[in-house]
Ligand binder design. Structure first.
Ligand SMILES: CCCCCCCCCCCCC/C=C/[C@@H](O)[C@H](COP(=O)(O)O)NC(=O)CCCCCCCCCCCCCCC
Length: 437
């Protein structure tokens, strides 16, 4: 662990993380996390419970890396393959391999998403932005949905102890504010790339895929048999799926380097399908469709939406539903295609072309009015408030937005996009005054 934290060290580690085959080297991944934890430690003992958990997970991975089977743990890709081939994976704690590398990495991988969102907020923050708000918005959009109530509360309290933005920038130890922002601009694409490559690791070409570990899943609501998944994936993922109506990973737009032909043909590494895509037991598209159906079926729609649905003819309904599915499908596809088209340049969600994807939302205004409005995933929460203001003819200042589904999440940084917040089609959002009881 470094003696004193510097953001540059984090950047260097994440830079070294990717090898020539665009595989994630565990050694540097671990070092990157160690740096981050050392930074967190410098913020005070209120973060000790988080730090302890992170150190514990880092240590598990390090033990694997330096252990007798260490050669299999050089990269994330080789680790996943090795653990799946040898049936060492159990993503839940209840199984016989509670501390597999895959399970442990999945926890840190989720935290990396939080870091990505938080650093992006920090980079684009203004003088009056609050670190606690940025931190908690990023948390709500990522890790929160995987944590039980108690952890969420404890984490929320810890966020309140964060230093203000100016002090925070100083502790980052990377020069002036402008220099910190520049460095964050450099670090973020690297972190995003590492995140995305890990996200894409899949067991599909492994033995597990061939039948050894898969479980037969029931047919999907669409009547199609779901693709095979590993037993290991299923347990945890289905739990998450059950608890979380949102895609835990709102599509982001980090660079997705195309695999080199030789890599694709020769490497035994898993194919680029999501093993670590947390609520993704099968595939991004399948899951997106399921989520879309979930939000259509599971949650009671507000009267306005319901009314419209009732009025629609069955043909209309069919057309609407397939359109919604297609849009969701396009959403994921456009994700990848814009990234490829961007030639590896990081694009933020708001910069991407997702205009064809519609997000129908039911809004509840602070005065209890219910509205239904159409948005795009790239629209911000501020756009949502502005639309509510337009439609209701009232002004809503100092408000926050809450999701209504369990677990309820609240966002006070209204600059976040719907996509970043994981708000999907047919969700219900509640706009409330910040000082409301
Ligand atoms: C700026 C500092 C704020 C730090 C906020 C970190 C995000 C919140 C993480 C909350 C973790 C709560 C502790 C317990 C979690 C576990 O229950 C839970 C599940 O584990 P289990 O399945 O083995 O039971 N663990 C996890 O989800 C893994 C959490 C790993 C957290 C690593 C956080 C490191 C944060 C480093 C901050 C660095 C900021 C740097 C800015 C440049």
């Amino acid at each position: 662990m470094a003696d004193s934290f510097s953001l540059q060290n984090v950047l260097d580690n994440f830079k070294s993380c990717l090898n020539d085959h665009k595989e994630v080297c565990l050694k540097y991944y671990i070092s990157g996390w160690r740096e981050l934890v050392s930074f967190m430690n410098s913020l005070g003992s209120v973060f000790a419970f988080i730090s302890k958990d992170a150190v514990n997970k880092i240590q598990i991975l390090e033990n694997f890396l330096t252990g007798e089977n260490g050669t299999h743990y050089v990269t994330v890709q080789s680790m996943v393959k090795y653990e799946l081939d040898n049936e060492l994976v159990d993503l839940t704690k209840r199984g016989s391999h509670p501390e597999s590398g895959c399970r442990t990495l999945l926890r840190l991988h989720r935290a990396l998403r939080w870091l990505q969102l938080f650093l992006e907020s920090l980079r684009t923050s203004t003088e009056d932005s609050k670190t606690s708000v940025m931190c908690s918005d990023a948390y709500n959009a990522s890790l929160a949905q995987h944590h039980p109530w108690l952890i969420r509360k404890a984490t929320g309290m810890a966020f309140c102890a964060l230093p203000g933005r100016d002090t925070f920038f100083e502790v980052l130890n990377a020069g002036s504010h402008e220099e910190v922002v520049t460095l964050l601009g450099e670090a973020l694409p690297l972190i995003s790339e590492v995140y995305q490559i890990t996200e894409d690791v899949s067991p599909r070409q492994n033995k597990a895929e061939e039948g050894n570990m898969h479980v037969i899943r029931p047919k999907s609501a669409k009547g199609r048999t779901r693709p095979k998944v590993t037993e290991a994936c299923t347990a945890d993922d289905e739990l998450l799926h059950e608890n979380c109506p949102f895609p835990p990973y709102p599509p982001s737009h980090p660079p997705r380097p195309p695999p080199t032909p030789s890599h694709r043909l020769n490497s035994p590494s898993p194919s680029p399908r999501a093993f670590f895509r947390h609520s993704n037991p099968s595939s991004a598209v399948e899951n997106a469709l399921d989520i879309s159906l979930l939000s259509l079926n599971k949650y009671k729609v507000l009267p306005s939406i319901e009314k419209r649905s009732e009025e629609a003819s069955s043909a209309d309904m069919e057309e609407k539903s397939s359109r919604s599915r297609l849009h969701t499908r396009d959403f994921f596809r456009s994700d990848q295609e814009t990234e490829r088209a961007s030639g590896g340049t990081v694009r933020t969600t708001s910069q991407c072309q997702e205009s064809e994807t519609e997000v129908l939302l039911a809004l509840r205004t602070p005065c209890g009015q219910r509205l239904t409005c159409q948005f795009r995933p790239t629209d911000t929460l501020q756009d949502v408030v502005a639309t509510a203001e337009d439609k209701s003819g009232k002004r809503y200042e100092h408000v926050l937005i809450e999701t209504m589904e369990f677990p309820r999440r609240s966002f006070s940084n209204l600059n976040m996009t719907l996509s970043q917040c994981g708000v999907v089609n047919k969700s219900v959002l509640c706009i409330s005054f910040k000082d409301a009881p």
